[in-house]
Design a protein around this ligand. Sequence first.
Ligand SMILES: Nc1nc2c(ncn2[C@@H]2O[C@H](COP(=O)(O)OP(=O)(O)OP(=O)(O)O)[C@@H](O)[C@H]2O)c(=O)[nH]1
Ligand SMILES: [Mg+2]
Length: 669
Amino acid sequence: MKSSNVRNFSIAGHLGAGKTSLCDLMLYKAGAVNRIGKVTNKTSVSDYTPEEQSKLSSIFASSLNCSWKDHSFFFFDTPGYGEFISEPIAVIQNSDMTLITVDAADGVQVGTIKAWKIAQSHNIPRAFLINGLDRELADYNKVLNQLQDTYGKTVCIPITVPVGEAASFEKVVNILTEENIPAEAEEYKEQLMDTVAESDEELMMRYLEGEKLTEEEISSGLKNAIQSGSLVPVFVTSAEKDLGIEELMNSIVNLFPEPLAKGKIKGSDGEEIELSEDSIGLARVFKSITDPFLGQLAFFRVYSGTFKADSEVYNITKSAKERFGPILLLNGKNQTKIEEAVPGTFASMVKLKNTTLDDTLATSNNGKELQKMEFPKPVMSYAITAVKSGEEDKIGTGLNKICASDPTLSVTRHPETHEMLLSGMGDQHLGLVIKKLKEENKVEVNADIPKIPYRETITTNGEGHYRHKKQTGGHGQFAEVYLRIAPNPEGYEFTNEVVGGNIPKNYIPAVEKGVIEAMEDGPLAGCLVQNMTVTVYDGKFHDVDSSEMAFKIAARSAFRDAMEKAKPIILEPIQKVKIYIPDQYMGDISGDLNQKRGRILGMDVEEGMQVVNADVPLAELSKYATELRSITQGNGTFEMEFSRYEMVPANIAKQIIDKHKKELEETNK
Ligand SMILES: Nc1nc2c(ncn2[C@@H]2O[C@H](COP(=O)(O)OP(=O)(O)OP(=O)(O)O)[C@@H](O)[C@H]2O)c(=O)[nH]1
Ligand SMILES: [Mg+2]
């Protein structure tokens, strides 16, 4: 197999646009399967997991391959559902081309825009596929215009077009190769020929002189423009009526980039690495799953050189040797073995000992590490607890194992609330993790809304004093501390202004320790106290009875005394939120943000979508992934990150304080 005969691509786009149906048809046309798999009757090669079959929708990216006209296609079908975004992100970043599938009735949707953004931000060339030509409400021209309005009239140009009456298209033709093309396609053909001519002066002369260019000349003239993103070819199909599939597959051969076309890739040190067929083998592990039959399965994309089955390879990231067994090509869950993998191959390997997601594999230990992949931050968390005590460790280990294969998942122990947090992209994403955790580990867990890590601070200066004195049996305990606290927007600072040795120097660290301990358990609601300068300025000690412990105790109480006088308040985390929604939901979204005590900072239009930037308290966002989905019927997404702490309004502060009091009473009972 030669790399120039490989076509590597990803299929992405909005939920239900027909990606998986298209994949099943391509596999059938290419003879990779004997029967057409169908999502709706649970026979799809790509949607093969029980979860996908019960949802009738993709959840995981699936590896697929077939041969077409002496070319090997390596491609991945990805889910359109927004919460499983890590799947298309990992795949798109590692493909040579992204085919963005758009529904012929619904047009550009949030999943379309996401797929475009991911590909564009990684300089991955793009093509559009308008699928569902047969749908009752399909409007090819409207969707084409919408793509052109959004991404450029001279950028998105059809290569294949439907022929016939709008309501009953009977075929799809390639406007570059077919003689009889619809009148309106002539204009596109001219635009394409101009692009071809621009790519090469000699071609330009011959074209201007009226000479007919060969299909090969035309496609090589278009490939550069596609590679650079200045041309985004638009195809059209009906996966239901089997229209335009072969035309699309022919264009994949003729127009999609060759794996080595871009010539280089970024290394982890930011330097470019040259790619070639015969240099050191380099591959990135971009997906890793635990298969019930095969065990740990690492999917990798070969960038350079050739990997051979049953050979020694190096994990550059981990500086470790690995042993390759047979190289597997997967079609969904069906595997075939190959002897070697050339640039552009999507292949997989079982039982690698030291390899995890995003590692670079090489055929020599001189290989350079590839740049790390990028993923969005989680937007929703659950606090996970064990139903049966004693199972905490098992749960932690199980969750860590699941999270290792999905970069948009994380398990952390919150340093302030001490809860075990499972974070991800939404309730369905997290629900799937919990289901898997229960099944694989036979444990029972509770998943609750996490506690908000409120904080406390002061609004004015305060003075505190405490004299700790105890006489018990032998020698007693004695320490006395005077301190001042003052608001400090910069953070925490501790200063010592004790003179005359009233508190000897060696006890000052104990005083600070007492203060820090007290700051971890604020007086209002037991939260972390922040933003103040604490100054110890006087005290008393006793030769025999003073000790570090005594000074710690005195400092803790002196600090509490000062806090009471310094008008303490509760602070809450405020998140910076960016929401993407279609225009028609603007009213509902801003109304909802208002109710959530949010502040809209600005609105923008990006690629035909409304973008709302707002500051919203974290306490109001614990279910936002779910709420946004229901407000927009799945057509909105959002990102968020921590911005700062702000004062909680009085009525809410009261609720927090009362709740804390109750909890204290409960534990003291
Ligand atoms: N009428 C019509 N229906 C189609 C076409 N393509 C797919 N469908 C149907 O649309 C539904 C969704 O198709 P899928 O192929 O699962 O769509 P998808 O893009 O893979 O969806 P996700 O994986 O959930 O993002 C299925 O019921 C398909 O049978 C088409 O061209 N015409
Ligand atoms: Mg699908």
